[in-house]
Design a protein around this ligand. Structure first.
Ligand code: MEV
Length: 315
């Protein structure tokens, strides 16, 4: 039988989440320690989906899988193909809704697989356009960062709507990622900031967004100057601004505090927040191990250590 596959990987935002929606810069990296594969096969009857959350007919998928449904329909629509006589299988090690880009990754993997299955050409530009249509439904007002990171292979200094600027993270440090195990709420978090920016205290919140942008700019310099201590300090400041914007959570704060108590150079939430993952910075692998242990003791359900400077060291 005819089959085709498509792949995508996780992503980590180092600096600039949420502010990136408002045109501020961000720094993010692909995170191939977790990934996703979509397989499309010929199969008689209505379209079926088999993933860890659902196994059955696509049209009967529950509401929570809306972004998956949208990703399938958007790609099929672009291909001008019907959904009949196909099966979709999704295998993923990207934790869902933890700020690692799972919703964008599922769209990337599916779109790649469907285009391959129908032998249609898929440029990067077209892929990103289609994924961002699905992302709009998944979380309202995407910056495009998640689509770029889960489909691309390079860290980026990313500004919404601007050509991609590759940005190698050549800094002598390790990043530790900790998963709270709690589902993040990117859509709600993005919407709540939008609300704040219309409210009475909008100047204060706009100021926080601008500050986050400035911190990202400074982080870019810290990386270029190979100054991990400064980058860590900027991460701490970014976490404070994100907390002010009310996108952190108790568990995220606990993990951030645990990392700092274990001598991390800095720590912050990553991604949409309100659950999901946090990141910390350490100068050496040995220091990173200590931070990792502290995160596990504080209740992180999964942790990863990532050696910056191009070499990845997934646990
Ligand atoms: C979500 O991973 C990142 C946010 O900045 C939203 C976006 O960029 O679309 C919170």
């Amino acid at each position: 039988i005819k089959c085709a596959t498509g792949k995508a990987h996780g992503k980590i935002i180092l600096m600039g989440e949420h502010a990136v929606v408002y045109g501020e810069p961000s720094i993010a990296l692909p995170f191939p320690a977790v990934d996703m594969v979509a397989t499309i096969c010929e199969k008689e009857g209505p379209l079926t989906v088999d993933c860890s959350y659902y196994n059955g007919i696509a049209s009967e998928m529950p509401e929570v899988l809306e972004s998956l449904r949208t990703a399938i329909l958007t790609a099929l629509d672009a291909l001008q193909k019907k959904s009949d006589n196909l099966s979709i299988t999704i295998e993923s090690s990207i934790p869902a809704e933890r700020g690692m880009g799972s919703s964008a990754a599922v769209s990337v993997a599916l779109t790649r697989a469907l285009f391959r299955y129908f032998d249609a050409e898929l440029t990067d530009e077209r892929l990103l356009t289609l994924v961002n249509i699905a992302e709009k439904i998944a979380h309202g007002n995407p910056s495009g960062l998640d689509a770029a990171m889960t489909s691309g292979d390079d860290p980026l200094y990313f500004i919404k709507g601007k050509p991609f600027e590759k940005f190698p993270l050549n800094i002598s440090a390790c990043m530790i990622v900790g998963d709270t195990g709690i589902t993040g709420q990117t859509r709600e978090a993005v919407a709540s900031i939008a609300q704040k920016l219309k409210g009475e205290q909008k100047d204060l919140y706009l100021n926080a967004i601008k500050t986050l942008g400035r911190l990202t700019g400074q982080a870019k310099c810290a990386i270029e100057e190979n100054n991990p201590a400064l980058l860590g300090k900027l991460m701490n400041e970014a976490h404070a601004e994100l907390t002010f914007l009310d996108v952190s959570s108790k568990k995220l704060d606990q993990l951030v505090t645990a990392a700092r108590s274990a001598n991390a150079l800095g720590a912050k939430l990553t991604g949409g927040g309100r659950g999901g993952c946090m990141i910390a910075l350490a100068a050496t692998q040995a220091e990173a191990k200590k931070v990792e242990q502290a995160l596990q003791q504080a209740g992180a359900v999964r942790t990863w250590i990532y050696q910056m400077g191009g070499k990845k060291d997934a646990k």
